[in-house]
Ligand binder design. Structure first.
Ligand SMILES: NC(=O)c1ccc[n+]([C@@H]2O[C@H](COP(=O)([O-])OP(=O)(O)OC[C@H]3O[C@@H](n4cnc5c(N)ncnc54)[C@H](O)[C@@H]3O)[C@@H](O)[C@H]2O)c1
Length: 272
């Protein structure tokens, strides 16, 4: 990296653990201050836990170790007013915004208990959550006059669907693909302000989403098509830092020409 990120500010959702935490720490290492939010409580229709307030504060401590500031706040990305409040508090403290990473996401692995609710909650967290994240920050991003970079965290599922009869898995793929359409609209709309918008599409990553009992149970089920989840390269699973390293490049001035793209960070999953 050429140091082009020094003094900038990033807004990251789902920042308490996993990839969100890795983005915060990696960008802090590049000289970026962070506004980070997380829900810090569970959502009933999902079958593994969301992160905790302690985990969010641990991310802030790791950012501080890198010599940067992280303003934290609790908000559900489905709630625009709450997301806006955390963003505004952070903006008031840090005074600028350059990078927005819509990263919060959940899925249900187990058998459905409430089909309509699970479909809706998955769509709302992933798709409406990304919309609310951009809504909360876009005016200040434009006003700053320095350009900017918005990263919508999609998934390999957003490039290639895998068969499933589970409503949350179906909604997950639909929403992650929906982010591509949303990204294209935003990229066209804000290019004149030098605001770049891209989706990233990670394959499996070690995080709270993959390291939990519900996921283990699903993987052990003989009906699960594990072969359909394998990467092309002999890399079983990625680390959050792999994704954060790629994103640190994507949001830097070295990538100033990259907008409107769908970046597969997937060990070849999408061309298998
Ligand atoms: N882990 C993977 O294999 C994988 C692969 C591709 C894409 N993704 C995507 O990467 C993103 C980050 O996930 P991760 O892998 O770090 O998993 P994770 O579960 O460790 O992190 C997700 C974070 O989002 C938070 N969150 C969930 N719902 C929220 C809400 N409504 N409002 C605010 N915060 C909320 C959680 O508390 C958690 O801290 C997600 O969008 C996920 O869909 C993950």
């Amino acid at each position: 990296m050429t140091g082009s990120l020094e003094g900038r500010v990033a807004f990251i959702t789902g920042a308490a653990r996993g990839q969100g935490r890795a983005h915060a720490v990696r960008l802090a290492r590049e000289g970026v201050d962070i506004i980070g939010l997380d829900i810090c409580k569970d959502i009933a229709s999902f079958d593994y836990s969301c992160a905790t307030r302690e985990e969010l504060e641990e991310t802030a401590a790791l950012v501080a170790k890198e010599g940067r500031t992280m303003v934290t706040g609790e908000a559900d990305v489905r709630d625009l007013a709450a997301v806006k409040q955390v963003f505004e508090d952070g903006y008031a403290r840090l005074g600028r915004i350059d990078i927005v990473i819509a990263n919060a996401g959940m899925i249900r692995y187990g058998a459905p208990e409430n089909v309509a609710q699970e479909w809706q909650d998955t769509l709302d967290v992933i798709l409406t959550g990304a919309f609310n994240t951009v809504q909360a920050s876009i005016d200040k991003l434009i006003e700053g006059g320095n350009g900017g970079s918005i990263v919508l965290v999609s998934s390999s599922a957003g490039l290639k669907g895998t068969g499933s009869d589970l409503p949350s898995a179906q909604a997950y793929t639909a929403a992650k693909r929906g982010l591509v359409g949303y990204m294209q609209v935003l990229a066209q709309q804000y290019a004149e302000h030098s605001i770049r918008v891209n989706t990233i599409h990670p394959t499996g990553v070690v995080s709270g989403m993959t390291t939990n009992e519900a996921m283990m149970k699903m993987a052990a089920d003989p009906n699960t098509n594990i072969a359909a989840m394998q990467n092309l390269l002999p890399i079983q699973i990625l680390q959050p830092e792999d994704i954060a390293n790629a994103v640190a490049y994507l949001v830097s001035d070295e990538a100033a020409f990259i907008t409107g793209t769908q970046w597969a960070l997937d060990a070849g999953f999408s061309v298998r």
